[in-house]
Design a protein around this ligand. Structure first.
Ligand SMILES: Nc1ncnc2c1ncn2[C@@H]1O[C@H](COP(=O)(O)OP(=O)(O)OP(=O)(O)O)[C@@H](O)[C@H]1O
Ligand SMILES: [Mg+2]
Length: 416
């Protein structure tokens, strides 16, 4: 069980979706009561009169909820088979909870082995439901409030976008946090190329939807890069006009921060007033520079201005020196950088076109590439882990988090 669960469940739960399929009026009523529970304010609860087959059929058409609860009156082999069918229609991270007719340790163990998160015996009281669902959500999504992590380049082309995208993959798919990547570059955005989507919207459109509190439109503007990583699919903006006013950006961020525990903002090539708006809200600002004098000089001024902006404190500001070794003779060594800037370098990344340029059009591969993966885990993730308070747990990545489907697949493997 994770640290998060040990903190208790009496908290405002993270944004998520929960679906309950039952034909039992008591259970349906108990589930409906959750809608008025303050802890579930950000949780969408769907209560359906139905069973495991109803859920399976629904998920052939739409994405499965984060937590799916199915009630059954019978627990013989045909039900187990139906559960397997449900598992095969659910997204990777979905957790499933079964409400059954009898209390049976053998059955409980069998369900858990299948990847079911919990087995409850009817009748289920509202408090029990609340507790079990809360535990499941906290375990999956964490308890922390939303964190905004901004990447800003000291000058153009220092690698801020590449590092923001690699970090977004790491935070979502290695640290298991539901993450949103947003690119402030408007029409200059390169995120679509790195993440593999055609820009289908503009920052201005997204901001308009946020101003109208139009969550459905915002949802349609997202590219789902993975189960845990969404990207605002902007980039269709014109290149020669400022895409947004800072207050519009703030509105958009405020809306996204309600739903996403982690937001990564790529501010390379964003306008000054956008950078300004984001750095005052950010939990962490990562300034990217190269080890050349020109870039470092700008990095020093930028860090100074960010500090002043944040009340003179350099808490939450990190500096990455990227592309070390590109022009070795003209580079400033780390100790001289730190002395001249009176600021600690958080990490230095090597110049390695074989990794970085090769992965420029497929940032996801950072996780699987031997060198890129090492840089991601050793040099990039530790910077954000401090504020996210989550551990890189290699053995957990993709195992426990794969939930119901993973359990079903694992069972199949064990059999064969
Ligand atoms: N450590 C590295 N070694 C080699 N190439 C790198 C490294 N880091 C980034 N690059 C490459 O440098 C180029 C510029 O990177 P990127 O677009 O991420 O920079 P940026 O700071 O976002 O630029 P812009 O100011 O245009 O937004 C890309 O081709 C990228 O693949
Ligand atoms: Mg960029």
């Amino acid at each position: 069980m994770s640290e998060a669960v040990n903190q208790g469940t009496f908290i405002l739960l993270p944004a998520a979706t929960v679906a309950v399929y039952s034909r039992d009026h008591e259970t349906l009523e108990a589930a409906r009561n959750l809608i008025n529970d303050w802890r579930f304010a950000r949780v969408q609860i769907q209560v359906e009169e139905g069973d495991v087959t109803t859920a399976t059929n629904a998920y052939k058409e739409i994405n499965s909820a984060d937590v799916v609860i199915v009630q059954t009156d019978t627990i013989e082999e045909t039900f187990v088979k139906k559960l397997e069918d449900l598992g095969s229609q659910c997204s990777e991270g979905t957790s499933a909870i079964v409400v059954g007719p009898v209390n049976d340790v053998y059955l409980y163990r069998r369900m858990i082995d299948m990847g079911i998160s919990d087995y409850l015996v009817r009748p289920v009281k509202t408090e029990i439901f609340a507790d079990v669902i809360a535990k499941s959500l906290i375990d999956k999504l964490g308890v922390t409030g939303s964190r905004l992590i901004a990447f800003v380049g000291a000058k153009g082309g220092v690698g801020a976008s590449t590092l923001a995208q690699a970090t977004a993959w790491g935070v979502s798919d290695i640290l298991g946090q539901k993450t949103m990547l947003i690119d402030g570059a408007g029409g200059w955005s390169t995120t679509g190329v790195g993440m593999g989507f055609e820009p289908s919207t503009t920052l201005a459109e997204a901001a308009r939807a946020a101003a109208n509190k139009d969550e459905d439109s915002i949802k349609r503007m997202l590219f789902r890069a993975s189960d845990k990583l969404s990207v605002l699919a902007s980039g269709g903006d014109v290149m020669l006009e400022a895409p947004l006013q800072p207050e519009q950006l703030e509105e958009l961020l405020n809306m996204l921060m309600v739903t996403y525990p982690v937001i990564i903002a790529d501010l390379s090539h964003a306008s000054e007033n956008m950078v300004n708006a984001v750095i005052s809200k950010a939990s962490q600002i990562i300034v990217v520079s190269t080890p050349t004098l020109t870039s470092l000089r700008l990095a020093r001024s930028l860090i100074q201005e960010i500090k002043e902006h944040r009340g003179g404190d350099d808490k939450g500001i990190e500096m990455i020196v990227n592309m070390q070794g590109m022009a070795a003779k003209n580079e400033v060594p780390k100790k001289d950088i730190e002395q001249a800037m009176e600021f600690k370098v958080s990490t230095m990344l090597p110049f390695d076109p074989g990794v970085f340029v090769a992965l420029e059009t497929q940032s996801k591969k950072f996780m699987s590439d031997a060198k890129g993966g090492e840089i991601l885990r050793k040099n990039l993730l530790p910077l954000v882990q401090k504020i996210l308070s989550v551990a890189v747990n290699e053995s957990d990545a993709g195992k426990e988090k794969s939930g119901f489907l993973g359990g079903i697949l694992g069972k199949g493997k064990a059999k064969g």
